[in-house]
Write a protein that binds this ligand. Structure first.
Ligand SMILES: Nc1nc2c(ncn2[C@@H]2O[C@H](COP(=O)(O)OP(=O)(O)OP(=O)(O)O)[C@@H](O)[C@H]2O)c(=O)[nH]1
Ligand SMILES: [Mg+2]
Length: 351
C-alpha cells in the first residue's frame, strides 16, 4: 500500500514522514520539489506470535510505503508532484495546528479548517483540469467521427465529473456505476482517493478541547505532535518509553495510524505460516480466496485448487495446528471463499 502525504507548505509533512517511519529525511527544505519515500513495517502482534509458534527462517510483515509530496497541491503545482500524488492508494492530509513564531505559515495564521479547505480545493482544481482536457479531446474526436461507444460513455461520465468538480465537490461524493468507475480509473483522480487526516499539534495540545473539537469536524482524523515524535524516533528504542511519558504521549502514532488506515481503506490481513516463513498479506475486505492466492503469487491464482484455512485466533488460543485440527477448526475452502481478517491459509494449486 502506498500513501501520499500532502498538505500546505510548512505544515510538517516531512516531519510526519520521519515521525511515522523513523526515517531521517531533511526537514525545512521549503521550495524543493523532490518527494521523499520511506517504507515502514506494519506492526502486528499476530505476526510476532506466529513467529514464536513456527520459529520460521524468515518473518515478513506487511509494509506501507509513504511518499512525502512537498509543497502543497494547487493549480500551479509541478506536474511531477501531482503525478506522485496520483500514484497512491490513499492520501494523508497533514494539517498544521501547531503555533511556532519561527515557522511562518503560508496563510499567516493557524486555521486548520481553512487549510483543509485549501487542500481540498487544490485537489478539485487538478482533477477538473484533467477531466476537462480529456473531455475536450474526446469531443474533438467525436466531431471528426472518430469515437466509438466506449469513448461516448467515457464522455458521459467526464461531463458529469466536470459539472460535479465545477461545483467544488470531490468525486468521492459523485454516484458512479461500476462501468463509469472503470471508465475513469486510469485518470487516478485525486478526489476519489480515500483520505486520512493528521492534525499536527503543538506539544501540550494533544488532548486539548480545541484539538478534540477540531478532530470532531474532520473525518478519519487523528492528532499527533510530529516534531516530538520525530525526535523520539531518532533516539535509541530503549529510551522511547521514558521520553514519550515525559511528553505526555501514550504511544508513537504509527500503530493507531495504521489501524485507522486499514479501517478507512477497508483492509484486512491474512497470513501464510510455516517453518520457512511467516508472512502477513494485506487485502481488501471481501477478497476471494483465489484473488488472495494471486497476491502471494500469480501461479497460485492461475492454478488454484483449494485453500486450507484456519483462524489465527484459534491457533493462538489452542496453541498448535494439531489442536486446531482436533477441534475441527481446520477448513477446506473453494475459490469463492471470502478471506477474513486473521485467516491463515495454505493454497493448494497446480500449474
Ligand atoms: N513547533 C513545531 N514545529 C514543527 C512541527 N512539525 C514541523 N515543524 C517545523 O515546521 C518546519 C517545516 O517542517 P517540514 O516537515 O519540513 O514541513 P513540510 O510540510 O514538509 O514543508 P514543505 O516540504 O516545504 O512543504 C520545520 O522547521 C519543522 O521543524 C511541530 O509539530 N511543532
Ligand atoms: Mg517537506
Amino acid at each position: 500500500m502506498r500513501l501520499g502525504i500532502i498538505g500546505l507548505n510548512l505544515s510538517g509533512k516531512t516531519t510526519v514522514l520521519n515521525a511515522l517511519t523513523g526515517a531521517r529525511k531533511e526537514i525545512g527544505t521549503y521550495g524543493k520539489s523532490d518527494t521523499n519515500i520511506a517504507v515502514v513495517k506494519v506492526p502486528d502482534q499476530r505476526v510476532d506470535r506466529l513467529t514464536e509458534l513456527y520459529s520460521p527462517k524468515k518473518t515478513v510483515y506487511a509494509d506501507v510505503e509513504f511518499v512525502d509530496i512537498p509543497g502543497g497541491i494547487d493549480d500551479g503545482s509541478d506536474p511531477k508532484i501531482v503525478a506522485a500524488a496520483r500514484e497512491t492508494d490513499a492520501l494523508v492530509f497533514v494539517i498544521r495546528a501547531f503555533n511556532d513564531p519561527n515557522v511562518p505559515h503560508p496563510n499567516t495564521t493557524v486555521d486548520p479548517a481553512r487549510d483543509l479547505g485549501y487542500i481540498r480545493t487544490g485537489l478539485i482544481i487538478n482533477d477538473l483540469s484533467v477531466a476537462e482536457k480529456r473531455l475536450e479531446r474526446l469531443k474533438k474526436n467525436a466531431e471528426k467521427g472518430l469515437s466509438d461507444a466506449r469513448d461516448k460513455s467515457e464522455m458521459d461520465v467526464l461531463e458529469k465529473a466536470v459539472t460535479h468538480l465545477g461545483n467544488e465537490k470531490p468525486l468521492s461524493g459523485m454516484e458512479m456505476s461500476d462501468l463509469e468507475e472503470k471508465a475513469v480509473r486510469s485518470f487516478q483522480f485525486l478526489t476519489l482517493k480515500p483520505v486520512l487526516i493528521l492534525l499536527n499539534v503543538s506539544e501540550g495540545d494533544l488532548g486539548s478541547p480545541e484539538t478534540s473539537g477540531c478532530l470532531d469536524t474532520m473525518e478519519n482524523s487523528m492528532a499527533l505532535c510530529a516534531d516530538i515524535e520525530m525526535q523520539i524516533q531518532q533516539l535509541d528504542e530503549n529510551d522511547h518509553a521514558a521520553f514519550l511519558e515525559d511528553a505526555g504521549i501514550k504511544e508513537l502514532s504509527l500503530n493507531a495510524f495504521i489501524r485507522k488506515a486499514y479501517s478507512t481503506l477497508g483492509l484486512i490481513s491474512f497470513f501464510t505460516a510455516g517453518e520457512k516463513e511467516v508472512h502477513a498479506w494485506t487485502v481488501k475486505k471481501g477478497t476471494s480466496a483465489v484473488k488472495a492466492a494471486g497476491k502471494i503469487h500469480s501461479d497460485l491464482e492461475r492454478g488454484f485448487i483449494r485453500a486450507e484455512v484456519f483462524s489465527y485466533y484459534d491457533l493462538d488460543s489452542l496453541g498448535s495446528e494439531r489442536e486446531v485440527k482436533n477441534a475441527g477448526k481446520f477448513r477446506l475452502e473453494g475459490k469463492d471463499y471470502i478471506i477474513e481478517d486473521g485467516d491463515i491459509v495454505v493454497i493448494k494449486f497446480s500449474v
